[in-house]
Write a protein that binds this ligand. Structure first.
Ligand code: C2E
Ligand code: MG
Ligand code: MG
Length: 566
């Protein structure tokens, strides 16, 4: 990652503003600020780059200026500030303090750099000061102007890439705020921002372009929330803590600018907001709330911003409940295996089933995978669940085989983490061996996200296929690189994502896409299965275009796998 180009901010502050207002009235105070604005313009500052900061201060963004001009502007301001002190507004001489700082230094201050700097200047009665970040060398030439230098040990809290706060520091500060939330006068909002599908952006361009986008976003956030805490949490995730009243509008502006950054790609940034409340006492829970709000609009084209609401609160509680009880559920038999029929498209006869996990909670009843799979993945317990499901399926098939009952092959879902957390190939092989199941009766489903992240997965897929198991690609088409993966990996079956069926009946283009996917798969020797078939019209169409297998509510919902005693 590159180094941030230093960004600069200056403050112009009227240190006797309160006196002016007290003696001559508020209008005179406003007139003084207007004079200050006009003065800043004469120093080369674009009026669009000025912002009122508190009552008595203007925050100026100078990073649009080339370095030489920046230095000149600061010198000019220092000179001019002295002159301003001799100009009278009514009877009041304006006492102006000039503070300048790199934006990195600005971010390093715990509360807010501009007011800390001004407090310092007032304290030592210094008319001009410069607060440097760790890029001191850039500022050596300023020394000549007699401007005082400051540096700040808190710079260690800054992320050197973006210049924003590091995540751990942000969590500490957020915790401080939460500890004192009862005392805060204004509502405080926590924002969590995430770039949608940043991976594709990196892939579409290159890593340098990716870095550039991250820096652009960081800069936009820093500028939009100049006196707030802003942090770079991880690769493409950012957080802000602000008491600004109109965060939705401020975010809308960031969103707009980010989309315009590379118009052809229109990078999409999402934001979840959580207003701090006394009941939430942990920084991690607060960030979870904002994150959940952000996730709730991920992948949506119509909205980019969402507040944490009652609905999400319910989901969060369930997620936390699941996280707390994950071990118990997996080892205590709460995970139940359901089965959904797969039918042969040509004959309509059942030709297989997909094993789907359910969490059968003693208090809450059946929970769907969307509620517990991601949490079990986070808790690194997902391989235990998948091991249980594989074993259930083998036990069931073994029962059928031993009693001469009719049976069809099964497919099981594997998480990308299974390939990291255990030797999943051996796990599946051992289960089959224990129950005497021929490998041809079991297929494993993997999703694109698994393939995307683990290059060594190719090896395990090869091992599955060499051992006689089929490997199916699940949810084909809902990711971004499905076609590329078909080029690079060998699959036996392509499961076409049910999203394609949603508007099949009224949208001819969807029909064409589904038909082409099926014919493309056929031509490279891969069978197709379309998921989510709910209507006869869909079924007839799929039959017509040569789909091999179908699965969906039209043929049967997931039902408990008839588990039998071994
Ligand atoms: P998936 O593997 O793509 O499974 C298909 C999902 O579509 C299932 O949801 C199924 O109930 C639902 N479905 C089937 N037919 C229809 C239909 O006609 N209409 C609609 N609207 N939905 C239909 P479910 O069971 O909630 O599972 C969701 C996802 O959770 C699965 O998607 C899979 O990715 C994951 N999952 C489920 N069981 C397991 C498991 O044992 N292990 C792992 N690692 N993941 C699992
Ligand atoms: Mg599946
Ligand atoms: Mg699927």
């Amino acid at each position: 990652m590159g180094v941030v180009p230093p960004r600069q901010v200056a403050v112009l502050s009227i240190s006797n503003y309160e006196d002016i207002c007290a003696t001559y009235g508020a209008e005179e105070g406003e007139a003084a600020i207007e004079r200050l604005r006009a003065f800043a313009v004469t120093c080369g500052v674009d009026p669009g780059h000025m912002r009122r900061f508190g009552d008595d201060t203007l925050l100026l963004r100078l990073d649009a200026l080339p370095r030489e001009e920046f230095l000149a502007a600061i010198g000019h301001m220092t000179e001019g500030a002295r002159e301003l002190a001799t100009v009278r507004t009514s009877d009041a001489p304006l006492r102006v303090r000039v503070g300048a700082m790199s934006e990195r230094a600005l971010r390093s201050f715990v509360n807010d750099a501009a007011s800390d700097l001004l407090a310092y200047m007032n304290h030592v009665d210094c008319p001009a000061a410069f607060l440097a970040g760790d890029e001191l060398d850039v500022w050596q030439s300023l020394e000549a102007t007699g401007i005082e230098f400051l540096s700040h040990e808190q710079l260690k809290y800054l992320d050197p890439f973006t210049g924003l706060l590091k995540a751990d520091r942000f969590f500490e500060l957020l915790q401080d705020v939460l500890n004192n939330i009862e005392a805060s006068k204004n509502p405080v909002s926590l924002l969590y921002m995430d770039i949608d599908d940043f991976k594709s952006y990196n892939r579409a361009f290159d890593h340098e372009a990716g870095d550039e986008l991250l820096l652009f976003v960081a800069k936009e956030i820093a500028w939009a929330f100049p006196s707030d805490l802003a942090a770079h949490l991880s690769v493409d995730r950012f957080a802000v803590l602000t008491s600004s009243p109109d965060v939705a509008r401020t975010f809308a502006a960031i969103h707009e600018r980010v989309r315009g950054h590379r118009a052809a790609f229109a990078p999409e940034i999402k934001c979840g907001a959580f207003e701090l409340v006394p009941e939430v006492t942990s920084a991690y829970v607060a960030v979870d709330c904002a994150k959940l709000a952000c996730e709730s609009v991920k992948g949506r084209f119509d909205i980019a911003y969402h507040n944490f609401d009652e609905d999400l609160k319910e989901r969060l509680f369930t997620r936390r409940y699941v996280a707390h009880n994950a071990e118990q559920a997996v080892s205590g038999g709460w995970i139940k295996t359901f089965a959904q029929p797969v039918v042969d498209a040509a004959t309509g006869a059942q030709c297989g089933f997909e094993a789907l996990a359910r969490w059968d909670d003693p208090d809450r009843g059946l929970l769907s995978p969307a509620l517990f799979i991601p949490t079990l993945e986070d808790a690194h317990l997902i391989h235990k669940l998948d091991t249980c499901v594989v074993d259930d399926v083998c036990r069931y098939l073994s029962h059928c085989l031993r009693h001469g009952l009719p049976h069809v092959p099964a497919s099981v879902n594997l998480s990308r983490l299974d390939f990291e957390l255990c030797d999943i190939v051996s796990v599946v092989e051992e289960s089959c061996e224990r129950w005497g199941i021929p490998h041809s009766l079991l297929a494993v489903e993997v999703t694109e996200s698994a393939l995307d992240q683990h290059s060594n997965l190719r090896l395990d897929m090869g091992r599955f296929r060499d051992a006689g198991f089929e490997v199916w690609m699940d949810d084909f088409g809902c990711g971004y690189s499905s076609l590329n993966l078909l080029k690079d990996y060998e699959f036996d079956v392509l499961k076409v994502d049910m999203e394609f069926l949603r508007d099949l009946e009224e949208n001819d283009r969807s029909k064409t896409i589904v038909a082409s996917v099926i014919s493309m798969a056929k031509s490279i020797g891969i069978r197709t299965l379309v998921e989510g078939v709910e209507t006869k019209t869909q079924r007839d169409f799929l039959r017509e275009v040569g789909c091999d297998m179908m699965q969906g509510y039209l043929f049967g919902r997931p039902e408990p796998l008839a588990l039998v005693e071994a």
